[in-house]
Design a protein around this ligand. Structure first.
Ligand code: HGY
Ligand code: MN
Ligand code: MN
Length: 416
């Protein structure tokens, strides 16, 4: 005899249809999405999400960083809400599910509670965090970082994209500056459903990842200054080649990450070459180093080694060098009580599951600083993400949302 509520499930077809409809907004060129933060496409996605939340009987609040909070009333308005959410913004060549599954999976939980006529003591809030990706405006998880007190709102709104556009002005331009004070909201518990963005769950044949920890991250922006010169007529021994410096440092970053295995990663992802002309030796290169590890001493050692290596390369080649911290968070331990709730929900639903450390950063990593927080993961095909070919199955999406449904009901306290 199933326990009360054991057979509760979300509506998989409705969730998959919502994911497909959202994917039509800010389409990429190869089947994924380019719905970068604070673009018109981001705004269109926000409006669609807001309409769906209104259709589900929810009331919408927006804070001054554009974070969206759709509330389903509980029977006790004084009880702190249970939050679920993630992000609707994407990478320039992003997939359809990174972030979006967490927002629309949360909406599907609310839609299903409405269908089932279930009331909870605690209100339930579905959240869309502004600028999780940090692709257009660094650093990543910017608005959840302001909410959690890691960044000031002034710092966040001063950030510029590669075209010099300013975050605060772009947020105002798309009309999504809300009236709520950022971080004023208090949270009883926060759940984030997200695709794994790595190969482990699929390779292990597991449907659910119970996320116990998130790895730490450093983003360093390195500026190398050499001398523009003719690529043809300048003798090799007279060159001050910033591009060569960037290449050597890129190789050193890889070697440093490899020397700290297992559980260490490193790469250079964003490179701006000046003057970026075929027959000019680069006089200046600005590039971002991304290093990560779940082990704090390892992460700190890697950062020190990268900085040392960069200065050594600059000295070898006679280059000027500047290094700026543009993003950082220490490894994260999610709330053990909520981790157990998620694990029990997966077991109750009969889904194969395993504990996992998140390789990617998420808004949950910051919210974990101010409220009990946990993540739920589903596999993605080949572990591929931040690529338009990112793919999940409808079954994986539904399993993740079902686990979140049961975990949230456990914490939000079913009343009737
Ligand atoms: O960089 C990250 O890990 C996240 O995808 N923004
Ligand atoms: Mn994400
Ligand atoms: Mn992402």
């Amino acid at each position: 005899m199933p326990a009360p509520g054991e057979n509760l499930r979300i509506n998989p077809a409705r969730l998959w249809d919502s994911l497909d409809q959202m994917a039509q907004i800010g389409p990429g060129i190869a089947g994924g999405n380019n719905r970068q933060t604070l673009t018109d496409a981001d705004s269109a996605g926000r409006h669609l999400f807001a309409r769906w939340c209104a259709d589900a009987g929810m009331t919408m609040g927006v804070d001054t960083m554009g974070n969206m909070f759709a509330t389903r009333a509980g029977t006790d308005p004084a009880a702190l809400p249970v939050y679920m959410g993630s992000h609707l913004d994407t990478q320039p060549t992003g997939g359809r599910y990174d972030g979006v599954l967490g927002v629309l999976g949360a909406l599907e939980v609310v839609r299903s509670l409405n269908d089932l006529g279930i009331q909870t003591k605690h209100p339930i809030v579905v959240t869309n965090w502004t600028n999780e990706e940090g692709a257009r405006f660094a650093p990543a998880m910017l608005a959840s970082g302001v909410f959690a007190g890691l960044h000031t709102e002034d710092y966040a709104k001063s950030r510029r994209d590669l075209d010099g556009k300013v975050f605060g002005e772009e947020l105002a331009r798309i009309g999504w500056v809300g009236d709520e004070k950022v971080g004023a909201r208090k949270i009883h518990a926060m759940f984030e459903l997200h695709i794994e963005q790595g190969p482990i769950l699929e390779a292990e044949g597991k449907t659910i990842g119970v996320v116990t920890h998130g790895q730490g991250l450093w983003w360093l922006e390195i500026t190398l200054t050499g001398k523009d010169a003719h690529t043809g007529s300048t003798p090799m021994n007279m060159r001050v080649n910033a591009g060569l410096g960037m290449a050597r440092i890129t190789e050193r970053v890889h070697q440093i990450a490899m020397s700290h295995q297992p559980n260490a990663v490193g790469a250079v992802g964003q490179v701006k070459v000046y003057p970026n002309s075929r027959n000019v030796i680069p006089g200046k290169v600005v590039f971002t180093v991304d290093i990560r590890s779940p082990d704090l001493p390892k992460l700190e050692a890697m950062k020190a080694e990268v900085i040392r290596a960069a200065h050594a390369v600059a000295a070898e080649l006679g280059l000027g060098i500047g290094i700026e911290d543009v993003g950082h968070f220490d490894p994260v331990t999610f709330d053990p009580r909520l981790v157990a709730v998620v694990r029990q929900a997966a077991e109750k639903l009969g889904h194969s599951h395993q504990d996992i450390v998140s390789g990617a950063g998420h808004d949950a990593c910051w919210i974990n600083r101010v409220a009990p927080t946990v993540m739920i993961m589903c596999p993605c095909v080949g572990g591929l993400s931040h690529n338009e070919a990112e793919e999940i199955s409808p079954e994986w999406a539904a399993a993740g949302a079902d686990v979140m449904l049961h975990a949230v009901l456990d914490v939000a306290e079913v009343v009737g």
